[in-house]
Design a protein around this ligand. Structure first.
Ligand code: SF4
Length: 363
């Protein structure tokens, strides 16, 4: 089996969260104190060193490049002095070879040429842009304060200056629909960012969205809808060669506290749910094609995919056994398989497929 198209050589990221710093407005869905947890309002040199050292000690570096990432706000919206101070805190780590480069997250309307030269001089190589949607109407309803054109020109400027570009997208924002979300994915494929992060909109306490929800003016996606849209986006982006480096928000202890998530399709292992849906469809396709006529069958796949294949509490296996009764289904993990491939064997016959062979259906 050839190398899976969706495997990514990800860098080891040491995150330094700067909640809301540099943000000139509060987006209607955003509650950084829940999504990033508790962090100091301004990072002192000692706090910075503690964060980087703690993280480095707990992670195996291996061959992956290491990046310090300034996340959680609008980095380039901060006062230039504060940007310089933070970037200089990271400089010794780059000089000593403990860290390869820096990454920042920011808004698409906070990018200008002069600023990009400044960032490059200080070791920034990756910029993640909060685009959230590439449909004007959704941006307007979500009061993002920037346009789709801002995203396209920011990506173009970043590319021209040689930065790696990541795009953050959300689904289920106010004004969004499956068709608008599909248009966002079309435009993301046009943009060809290096990476994408994607998550469903959740309603957090103390946000405008929570007020809209309480008034009945906003309905979040159900978990099933969010999984279906994510399956669609993941398959299209993988086929287009764009790695989705995160699907679903990173869980924080604050998210688990009662009342902090008011509504919305939260699941701590959201990506696994989407992968399980993909494997269920692959297995169904192969079993339908193979016409096993009740004989025992075996699925072969990478050990790293077995848990997604089985699904949450073995749900996939139960559903397949029910649908293809009285078939006996076995699962064998084979270390020679790369992720994303699935082979069905019936006696001496076998058929295989890669997950990108599935049709991305908009549900
Ligand atoms: S720009 Fe980002 S961090 Fe700032 S309020 Fe909006 S979503 Fe939150």
């Amino acid at each position: 089996m050839k190398e899976s198209e969706f495997s990514v050589a990800s860098p080891l990221i040491i995150p330094v969260f700067l909640p809301w710093q540099g943000c000139r407005q509060r987006c209607i869905f955003c509650n950084e104190s829940i999504t990033t947890g508790t962090f100091p309002a301004a990072f002192s040199e000692a706090a910075f060193e503690k964060t980087v050292t703690l993280y480095s000690e707990n992670q195996k570096r291996g061959k992956s490049p290491v990046q310090i990432a300034f996340y959680g706000g609008t980095f380039t919206g901060m006062d230039r002095k504060e940007q310089t101070r933070l970037l200089q805190l990271a400089e010794p780590y780059i000089r000593e070879g403990r860290v390869d480069s820096l990454r920042i997250s920011t808004r698409p309307d906070e990018i200008d040429e002069d600023l990009l030269d400044f960032l490059r001089r200080h070791g920034v190589r990756t910029v993640e842009l909060g685009a959230q949607s590439l449909v004007e109407e959704v941006l307007r309803h979500s009061r993002r304060g920037h346009t789709v054109g801002d995203v396209f020109s920011a990506v173009e400027r970043l590319r021209r200056k040689g930065f790696e570009v990541g795009i953050h997208l959300m689904m289920g924002l106010p004004g969004d629909s499956p068709q608008f979300f599909a248009a966002t994915i079309d435009r993301t494929l046009d943009l060809q960012p290096d990476t994408v992060r994607l998550h469903p909109t959740l309603v957090f306490r103390n946000t405008v969205l929570a007020t809209l929800y309480a008034r009945g003016q906003y309905s979040p996606l159900s978990l099933n809808e969010a999984v279906g849209l994510s399956r669609y986006a993941l398959l299209r982006l993988e086929k287009g060669g764009i790695p989705v480096i995160r699907l679903g928000l990173q869980s924080t202890p604050e998210m688990e506290l009662p009342g902090n998530i008011v509504a919305g399709p939260y699941h701590p292992a959201f990506r696994s749910l989407v992968n399980a849906a993909i494997f269920r469809d692959m297995a169904t396709t192969l079993l339908s094609e193979a016409r096993s006529e009740g004989r025992a069958v075996s699925f072969f796949l990478s050990p790293r995919d077995v848990s997604d294949f089985r699904g949450h509490k073995g749900e996939n296996l139960s559903l397949l056994a029910e649908r293809f009764r009285p078939l006996k289904i076995e699962v064998t993990n084979d270390p020679d398989y790369t992720r994303g491939w699935l082979t069905l064997r019936i006696g001496d016959r076998s058929i295989s497929m890669h997950r990108t062979g599935l049709r991305p259906i908009l549900s």
